[in-house]
Design a protein around this ligand. Structure first.
Ligand code: NAP
Ligand code: G4F
Length: 332
């Protein structure tokens, strides 16, 4: 068992919860960063509520855009590993709030790197949540050798973070790396992302709570994996002899429309009866095709995905159906 401390930003998000579970299982102390909100915290922390009784799990309040809070928290906890998962992670939203997205996704990681440097945390290892969105409109399959060509404010900001992470590795001899993760989903996925929007709507339609699901571009292709598999790769990347960037993907790609078909057939529903296109959900520029080649991670880290497309769709649909049925039973 480890007696290391990990500092995890984005603790209220999908990946923060799975990564915390993995690290606590390995014996780490986990310090999770949560930003202040005037509203109810109970719902925001729902994916980590089962960890709250664990003495090795601590929540701190702060914001990666506030460099003072990063400097002070890292000085206090002196973590062995920092995982920067915090982001404005919705690509469509980044076209509506480009400046806020850039502050969080580009300046935020820089604040953390600077906090590590200023505090002389020479043994602290840093993981940056990079993304397949960096490839933009470059044809797949995409590997570590494929050039980046971002097409959204989200991806432009993430590209800065990716480059500045490599710059700190080279300039200050820091163990700092970026995981270029392709789309990964789970029952804990935010409800505005397309997979979760589809599984929740299908469950609602099945139960008679909803009639129509409105979507945007059904032709875009994504390489979808399971978040639980992907957080393992983050840990592996920080526990090697040398810091390197890796692609994490399934090597399979599917149209958004195929995910709809798969989930609606699980629900016994006809797509044409319930799904409508609403141009409101189109983006000014959408990444057409993501298909990752993660052979380097398989070879060097021994990482391999366990959950495939059909299993993922079923896991998410069944979880949403169960949540909605429980809610209905409680209201009866
Ligand atoms: P997520 O569910 O959207 O979680 C994002 C987290 O960031 C939330 O906890 C959010 O907290 C926090 N956050 C936002 N702004 C912050 C700030 N200024 N200071 C501190 N915390 C802040 O995202 P995810 O799916 O877990 O993804 C984790 C990371 O991987 C993100 O960086 C994302 O861009 C990247 N990524 C994700 C995927 C994917 O398919 N999931 C693929 C590639 C890369 P609030 O609750 O306060 O909003
Ligand atoms: O689920 P999405 O919003 O995910 P997107 O844009 O691929 O981004 C996710 O994966 C990235 C990794 O590649 C991460 F970096 C990022 O943080 C995030 O986790 O959209 C997937 C596709 C897009 O082509 C979108 O245009 O689905 C299409 N889509 C069609 N209708 C929709 C909708 N997307 C959303 N969110 N909502 C719709 O109604």
């Amino acid at each position: 068992m480890s007696n290391k401390t990990a500092f995890v930003t984005g603790i209220t998000g999908q990946d923060g919860s799975y990564l915390s579970e993995l690290l606590l299982d390995k014996g780490y102390k986990v310090v999770g960063l949560k930003r202040y909100s005037a509203g109810e915290d109970k719902n925001r922390l729902k994916h980590v509520s089962h960890l709250m009784q664990n003495n090795n799990f601590v929540i701190e309040s702060g914001d990666i855009c506030d460099s003072a809070s990063m400097i002070n928290l890292l000085a206090e906890h002196r973590p062995d590993e920092v995982y920067n998962l915090a982001a404005q992670s919705h690509v469509g939203e980044s076209f509506r709030t480009p400046i806020n997205t850039t502050n969080i996704n580009a300046v935020g990681p820089l604040n953390i790197l600077e906090a590590i440097r200023i505090n002389n945390l020479d043994n602290t290892r840093f993981y940056q949540a990079s993304t397949s969105e960096l490839f933009g409109d470059i044809e797949g399959p995409q590997s570590e050798e494929t050039p980046f060509s971002p097409v959204s404010p989200y991806a432009c900001a993430k590209l800065y973070a990716h480059n500045v992470t490599a710059t700190y590795r080279k300039s200050y001899n820091m163990y700092a790396c970026s995981g270029i993760l392709f789309n990964h989903e789970s029952p804990r996925r935010g409800e505005h992302f397309v997979t979760r929007k589809i599984t929740k709507a299908a469950a609602n339609i099945k139960l008679g709570n909803q009639e129509i699901l409105e979507l945007g571009n059904l032709k875009a292709k994504r390489d979808w994996g399971f978040a639980g598999d992907y957080v393992e790769a983050m840990w592996l990347m920080l526990n090697q002899e040398k810091a390197k960037d890796y692609i994490i993907a399934t090597g399979e790609t599917h149209e958004v429309g195929e995910f709809v078909e798969e989930v609606f057939s699980l629900a016994g529903l006809k797509v044409k009866d319930h799904v409508r296109i609403n141009p409101k959900f189109y983006r000014p520029h959408d990444v057409p095709l993501l298909l990752g080649d993660s052979r380097k991670a398989e070879r060097e880290l021994g990482w391999k995905r366990k959950v495939d497309f059909k299993k993922l769709a079923r896991m998410m649909y069944e979880a949403d159906l169960e949540i909605l049925e429980n809610e209905r039973n409680q209201n009866e």
